[in-house]
Design a protein around this ligand. Structure first.
Ligand code: FES
Length: 135
C-alpha cells in the first residue's frame, strides 16, 4: 500500500521537506536571514526546510550538510519546477516528481529529465543566523 501513497505523492510533487514558518526568517533586498537556533530541522546533518512566500521570488531549499555547513539552492527542478528533497547519502538532492531528477550539491543535474543545473546560493553562518545571498 505504501507504494501507492508514494506514487500519489510523486504525481502531486509532495516532498518530505516542510516549509519553515515565515516568522523564522526574513528577506532584506537580496539577503535572507534564518534564525537557526529555532529550527531543529537544521541542527542535524541531512535535515532540511524550504522557504517560500513573502518577498521571495523563488522558493529556497536549505539543507544541513554532513560537513556541518549549509546548502542553499533554488527549490525548483529544472524539468517541470517541482520541489526537491535531500537524499540520505548527504551528497545529492532529488526532485519529488515522478521522474525524480537528481542533482549534486554543486547544483549539477545527475540523472533524470532535468534541463540544466539548479541555482546554488552562497551562505554563511553569522552567530546563530544563517545568511543566504540571492545574488
Ligand atoms: S519536475 Fe523534476 S524531474 Fe520532472
Amino acid at each position: 500500500m505504501s507504494w501507492i501513497v508514494d506514487l500519489l505523492k510523486a504525481f502531486g510533487g509532495v516532498c518530505r521537506t516542510a516549509a519553515l514558518d515565515a516568522t523564522m526568517w526574513t528577506v532584506q533586498g537580496s539577503q535572507i536571514t534564518v534564525n537557526l537556533k529555532d529550527v531543529p530541522e537544521l541542527q542535524k546533518p541531512g535535515g532540511a526546510v524550504f522557504l517560500k512566500g513573502g518577498a521571495l521570488r523563488t522558493p529556497v531549499l536549505v539543507v544541513k550538510r554532513p560537513d556541518d555547513g549549509y546548502l542553499c539552492v533554488e527549490n525548483r527542478c529544472t524539468h517541470m519546477g517541482r520541489k526537491l528533497d535531500p537524499e540520505p547519502d548527504g551528497t545529492t538532492l532529488r526532485c519529488c516528481s515522478v521522474s525524480h531528477s537528481t542533482f549534486d550539491y554543486q547544483g549539477n543535474e545527475l540523472t533524470g529529465p532535468a534541463k540544466g543545473p539548479i541555482r546554488v546560493y552562497p551562505s554563511q553562518q553569522v552567530g546563530s543566523d544563517l545568511v543566504i545571498s540571492l545574488e
